[in-house]
Ligand binder design. Structure first.
Ligand SMILES: [Zn+2]
Length: 436
């Protein structure tokens, strides 16, 4: 029976707006990630992370506003001078003062934001929509006059009035903004809301759409994917998802999602084998561990434990793996030291240990391992000693058998020699018999 090679997770052909096969990454580890509670970046650490992101292949790197602090400005200017392939952006408030400082730092583009929800307007900046619109137009025209890319984003888009959103987006679209940003700043959006909002906005503007999803309710990656289906092209990510509160779309998890849906695009564009190195660098810089259940790089992401799984994985890894660890320079691991193990997994371990045992013997060993696994947790050493002890016992039995066999043969052959010495004995016996 042949297995279909059609990808059931590929883009839906009826999503004519879909950018699943043509998205771009705006990595904001050096801006949103700086808002992570543990983050403290120096110029050196920002440079290292920027270079690693660039090597990985992200399309844009977003940095903290140069007006946030003197150090922030220095970091931005330093990274702009690195000559990275990725474009460098800075994220600023929607006012002329911030815009004037930003355009003089050597950036490729400016990401402008302002809150548009009732919450933001009442409790954050206190401005009404006509003020917001005027400020947006002024800043966009100024940044464009400097020949730089400009994105205009509405903070807390999902709790903003749809009429306000459409008014401001169509206004900035008309004056030539490069991208508009839809931001789920509080992380409350769900995939269906995302699909509907992005598609509605997409039908009203000609510019590109960038989306920014926080992960408070665990929907960030799903929301990002759905946004692409609905016509968004740019996704904001951070390494390990670090950001304000519990962060945003994690780059690694997003890659896991996208490599399944658009394997050719993702593998040709991003250096997936650099992911672990990049995550380790950021984890060390902000002093966290890579979570055990992280997609791709979590310590057990490619570990197979149950006997049934192990058997099928050994026959064909795709049976229980949607991601191929080799794409990320990683390897799979069959967890055989537990009571759920099966004899196929133990056989694979026996082969790794270079020991020669029959299938029946391996089944007997598996039984012993399972029995011990019922009593206490097992380590690889436990399993290896059971296998090795069994093997050496079996070898001893084999050796003893051989020795016995040899002794028997030796006895037989010495008996034969005696026969040769007394060649006439049978005749004598016959004679004796006949004489009786
Ligand atoms: Zn954010």
């Amino acid at each position: 029976m042949s297995i279909s090679t059609k990808n059931p997770y590929g883009p839906n052909p009826s999503d004519y707006l879909s950018n699943v096969n043509s998205f771009k990454i705006i990595d904001t580890t050096l801006r949103e990630g700086e808002q992570f509670s543990n983050a403290f970046f120096t110029v050196d650490s920002k440079v290292k992370i920027a270079k690693a992101l660039d090597e990985f292949g992200v399309d844009y790197i977003e940095l903290t506003s140069p007006v946030a602090s003197d150090q922030s400005k220095t970091e931005l200017e330093t990274i702009c001078k690195l000559g990275l392939k990725a474009k460098v952006l800075t994220h600023i408030r929607c006012n002329m003062n911030d815009a004037k400082v930003a355009v003089n730092c050597g950036v490729d583009g400016v990401n402008v934001f302002i809150g548009t929800s009732q919450f933001m307007r009442q409790y954050s900046h206190g401005k009404d929509m006509s003020f917001i619109t005027n400020a947006a137009v002024q800043v966009i025209e100024f940044v464009k006059s400097k020949g730089l890319e400009i994105r205009f984003s509405t903070e807390d888009s999902f709790r903003s009035d749809i009429v306000d959103l459409l008014n401001i987006y169509t206004t900035v679209d008309k004056i030539g903004v490069d991208r508009i940003g839809i931001a789920d700043t509080v992380g409350g959006g769900n995939p269906r809301q995302v699909y509907e909002l992005v598609r509605t906005i997409k039908s009203c503007v000609s510019c590109d759409i960038e989306t920014h999803f926080h992960n408070d309710t665990g929907c960030a990656i799903a929301n990002a994917y759905t946004a692409l289906e609905a016509g968004s092209k740019y996704i904001d990510t951070t390494v390990l998802g670090i950001g304000e509160r519990n962060g945003i779309v994690p780059l690694g998890g997003f890659m896991a999602r996208m490599v399944v849906s658009a394997p050719d695009y993702v593998k040709s564009k991003y250096k997936l084998i650099k992911l672990r190195e990049l995550e380790t660098l950021v984890a060390e810089t902000v002093k966290v561990n890579i979570p055990f259940n992280n997609p791709i790089t979590g310590f057990c992401a490619f570990t197979h434990k149950a006997g049934i799984h192990a058997k099928a994985i050994l026959a064909n890894p795709s049976t229980y793996e949607i991601l191929n660890p080799a794409d990320f320079g990683l390897s799979r691991y069959i967890h055989f030291a537990n009571r759920l193990t099966g004899w196929n997994a133990i056989k694979a371990r026996v082969e790794q240990l270079n020991l020669d045992l029959t299938d029946d013997q391996i089944k007997e060993i598996t039984h012993k391992i399972k029995n011990l696994g019922d009593v206490r947790p097992l380590s690889i050493d436990d399993v290896d000693s059971i296998i090795k002890d069994y093997h050496s016992d079996a070898a001893k039995v084999e050796l003893a058998k051989k020795e016995q066999e040899e002794q028997r043969r030796a006895l037989e052959s010495s008996a034969d020699d005696d026969d040769d010495d007394d060649g006439d004995e049978p005749q004598q016996k016959k004679q004796k018999i006949s004489s009786q």
